[in-house]
Design a binder for this molecule. Sequence first.
Ligand code: ADP
Ligand code: ZN
Length: 530
Amino acid sequence: LPASSAPADPRALEVLHTVFGYPAFRGDQAEIVSTVVGGGDALVLMPTGGGKSLCYQVPSLVRNGVGVVVSPLIALMQDQVDALSALGVKAGFLNSTQSWEQRREVEAAFVDGTLDLLYLAPERLRVPETLALLDRGDVALFAIDEAHCVSQWGHDFRPDYLGLSILHERWPSVPRVALTATATETTHREIATRLQLEDARHFVASFDRPNIQYRIAPKDNPRAQLLDLLRTEHPGDAGIVYCLSRNSVEQTAEHLVAQGIPALPYHAGLPAHVRAANQSRFLREDGIVMVATIAFGMGIDKPDVRFVAHLDLPKSVEGYYQETGRAGRDGQPSTAWLAYGLQDVVQQRRMIDQSEGDASHKRALSAHLDAMLALCETVECRRVQLLSYFGEDSNPCGNCDTCLAPPETWDGTVAAQKLLSTVVRLERDRGQRYGAGHLVDILLGKETPRVTQLGHTSLSTFGIGSDLSDGEWRGVVRQLLARGLLGVDGEGYGTLQLTEGSAEVLSGAREVRLRKEAPKRGRTRSASKG
Ligand code: ADP
Ligand code: ZN
């Protein structure tokens, strides 16, 4: 990051050097710190690893009084306080995990001003005693960490965050700094409105993480692919493997352990003490692979996470960006790898259809998924696409899979027409349930028991697709689904159906350029096998 042009506040620099031991501020840190030290409000959008903590820690030490940090990360408060104590900073926290005595002690330290920083869980601010407590002490500033939790359409919504506007109403003269690593325009605006930070200075850092290599691979045999990645590129490295379900977390972790890789599971269904123990081993030991649901990771500050692998498709680009952003905080080369396949699209489209919530909520979920799918199917630089999602223009990066090995494209119009006409014919067979596999069998002219039983051998499209392989056809289905040119019936069992866009393809009004599928690993009939 480029150094800031504004001279840093001398007292802030002094704290940076003597307390934290760093020679200089990075990026916008100096200006954010001066703004808050001077009593102004700030809204900070900075990627994970960008250095948000110093933006409130330094002003808390420079200003009179105690810096009050609102954070949803209860499980990490002890770690944060310990890390600060090691630097000689007096920090404490208040959350629901403490005993009455522990709380009393922290409260007393807050009131007599012996604390520098006080971490608070947001739900504490619903308790009138907490508000009264804050009145009795001297508050240097309010920091609202993970500020995107105020966004109702976001993936980390916390209802308690909606109550945080009380900070401004009750203590109008105390400066506030809200921080997040989520950067879409929508979230940005929502934070500003809901936290009444329209008049604050907004600091938006670049979200590029140049040391992370983004790769999205067709899902073939995900466990074997993962193992291959770990063994060939990341032996002995610490990393995170994200799975969608608790079940697959446990099975994947067991599988890795059986293969001699030190993996641990983490998901919300595990007992709290197991989660805490696994998290702490991941943070303290070298080379642990954490297999987790997205319940894991927010606020985890482990600098040397060398890879983040996704075995299932994230629900949004924001989620993907946050999760992959946990790799390489130390700036060293790191990998973000995602395996993505046809079933991911079918499953997520169905989950949205079946989800609770009104039409506008479903539309929001669909829009999130579509952006994620566009990133998966792009033939252009992944980073350019990722950054443009966050409103940033950039040039091809040279450090993502599509830059390193540009995918070929082909004219898939005729293939798409063959496939969609088969769907048209099957739609006449109301009440039938069939998925992509059955459709591909028909196109390939395979006389499977099901195809024969349903009389689908007599369809006019039976066998008209023998020019493509099974894998290529599945790629066509996936890409049409990803672009909304083919749909999934949410009521049924993932039966494929036409969409508005399908008609344009069928009538020839729309050309379909498709990404060529990479040859499957280990299944090529090459001579090198042996
Ligand atoms: P974020 O909260 O934005 O994800 P952190 O505040 O945890 O990031 O900072 C990420 C890492 O960068 C930490 O290890 C931190 O100590 C380090 N860091 C932050 N600011 C500086 C700086 N000015 N100089 C050197 N290291 C820094
Ligand atoms: Zn690139």
